[in-house]
Write a protein that binds this ligand. Structure first.
Ligand code: B12
Ligand code: SF4
Length: 472
């Protein structure tokens, strides 16, 4: 039986930054890929968020998934396995956005979704047919293709989006949790939809899936059957925008209600404007929603084509959520073209007043393939091409328009420290009062995580300093 070893790669710097946060999110990507793998393969999984990769382990093929900041580390892992003549296949966001770069480091690159391709990729690898250089049809039924490169690597792609009907259930036995999360973290990761109808300039979603704006929906009955199949109380829908098709979401929530689970997912402000959506979500056990508020600067939101966020609505929409017992975890980004140095204090003050429950606060990252990256590159304003720094936490990788990179980094760290200071937490949660029994520990987790993150940055700077001192 051939053995496939799957790795969810995590860059050490990102890992250190997140190491103290009290929540470990369940990984779905590799457990789903394992479920898509033909039965005659034995499959194992190492999630680097909770365990170290054993690069000496025996296997026939290694599969790696990596986001952009994890790519250089994924290349190191690939090199260690390839040195032992174990071939490596890589997929995920970075492989989809930069396939030719990734092909310099691995044997097989899979762009986009695995569903229409994975069986053919494994079959192709086992058969190893000889082909000329260039692109060839792989499977005419789904119009998939394989490209043979001069270095012997192959890139696989498919222009047709996967259908989500009869998606196999993820291999939850391969969702691992470590440390203090071992006992209580959920394995209930699942998706109901794929895609997002919006096109925000800095987001990679429009580039990750073919026809990304065309929403794909799993049949509600199949989603419900999968939720029923596991006993975890907590369910995490890893959808990009679960509210993109309101009628579908509402039907899902209606059918979810009798299962009495607690769930969370990601959506946009459009969903929060829809009272029926919110009421059904709350009644079906929604405890928190991740919403990309991104900024309190309307000019910034408009400039990145996120005009569906209206700053003037934040107060009423937050209090509507709180009145139904739904907490909001906001995505907040600093460093947009319209941001200047007063944005940091204004943001902290605004969200303290509004009682925002939580926030994932980041520096703007121009991920390759996005309009944000293309515009900055064209202006010659990308100042750092080391993907490890594209984590939105430790480095500013471009020259912002209205401040210096140092002002942006310092302002971001200051804002984060204020937002998650003990007094900041008290002020916000005192206003929100939503789900305090879990919301308070979650905030304290971020408070502790901050210490790890600032330490990680200090370590990185020391490392950078040592390298520059070694330079001739
Ligand atoms: C869940 C999630 C997380 C979770 C779990 C991440 C994980 N590794 O599983 C957490 C919260 C930990 C997280 C963290 C981060 N994330 Co995140 N995350 C997501 C999210 C919302 C869903 C991913 C998911 O599980 N989807 C469901 C699964 C089943 O689908 P999938 O992952 O797309 O996998 C399919 C294909 O991509 C493909 N595939 C993927 N990998 C492989 C590997 C092989 C070998 C093959 C054959 C195929 C294949 O097959 C799968 C089935 O079709 C995506 C958005 C998105 N739609 O991708 C962002 C996303 C992946 N995250 C993103 C980012 C930036 C991050 C962070 C860097 C944020 C940060 N600053 O810390 C970190 C990086 C940590 C890491 N190790 O990845 C970006 C990546 C952009 C980029 N250029 O890399 C995305 C695309 C969001 C966005 N809007 O741009 N994330
Ligand atoms: S709404 Fe969110 S997921 Fe959709 S394109 Fe914008 S940032 Fe990406």
């Amino acid at each position: 039986m051939p053995h496939l070893h799957l790795i969810t790669a995590e860059d050490p710097l990102t890992l250190q930054a997140r190491s103290r946060e009290l929540i470990r999110f369940p990984q779905l990507t590799m457990p789903l890929l394992a479920a898509l793998t033909p039965r005659h393969w034995e499959v194992s999984h190492c999630d680097e968020i909770v365990a170290r990769v054993d690069s000496g382990r025996a296997c026939d093929l290694v599969g790696i998934s990596a986001a952009t900041p994890g790519a250089p580390h994924a290349y190191e892992l690939a090199a260690a396995f390839r040195a032992r003549s174990i071939p490596v296949v890589m997929g995920g966001p970075h492989a989809t956005l930069r396939p030719l770069e990734v092909a310099q480091h691995v044997d097989l690159v899979v762009m986009g979704e695995a569903e229409p391709l994975w069986h053919d990729v494994l079959h192709d690898w086992q058969e190893r047919p000889r082909r000329k250089l260039g692109r060839h049809t792989l499977n005419p039924t789904v119009q998939s293709w394989v490209e043979e490169l001069p270095n012997g690597s192959r890139i696989f792609g498919c222009p047709v989006p996967a259908t989500l009907d009869q998606l196999p259930q993820a291999r939850r036995d391969l969702i691992h949790h470590g440390g203090f999360n071992r006992w209580w973290a959920t394995r209930g990761a699942i998706i109901a939809t794929r895609g997002c109808p919006h096109r925000c300039d800095y987001c990679t979603i429009p580039k990750l899936y073919p026809r990304a704006q065309q929403m794909r929906l799993r049949p509600v009955a199949e989603v419900i059957a999968e939720v029923r199949s596991f006993s975890d109380k907590g369910v995490v829908f890893w959808d990009d925008n679960i509210g993109a098709v309101p009628a579908y979401a509402k039907e899902l929530f209606r059918q979810l209600r009798p299962l009495k689970r607690w769930w969370t997912s990601q959506t946009t402000l459009n969903s929060l404007r829809d009272s029926e959506f919110l009421e059904l979500a709350a009644a079906s056990g929604c405890k928190a929603l991740f919403v990309g508020l991104e900024s309190i600067n309307q000019a910034s939101l408009n400039a990145v084509h996120k005009g569906h966020n209206r700053v003037q609505d934040y107060r009423s929409l937050l209090s509507r959520c709180h009145s139904l017992g739904v907490a909001i975890q906001a995505g907040l980004i600093f460093g947009f073209e319209e941001d200047d140095t007063d944005v940091f204090a204004r943001t902290v003050d605004t969200f303290a007043q509004l009682g925002l429950d939580n926030a994932t606060i980041s520096l703007l990252v121009p991920y390759p393939g996005t309009p944000a990256y293309d515009d900055l590159e064209k202006d010659g304003r990308i100042i750092d091409h080391d993907w490890r720094h594209y984590n939105g936490k430790t480095h500013v990788v471009y020259r912002p328009r209205r401040m210096t990179p140092d002002q942006l980094l310092n302002g971001y760290e200051w804002a984060k420290t204020q937002f998650y200071s003990l007094s900041g937490i008290f002020q916000r949660l005192n206003r929100s009062r939503t789900g305090l029994w879990w919301n308070l520990p979650r905030n304290l987790g971020y408070h502790l995580g901050l210490v790890g993150e600032v330490r990680a940055r200090a370590a990185m700077h020391t490392q950078g300093l040592a390298l520059s001192q070694q330079a001739p």
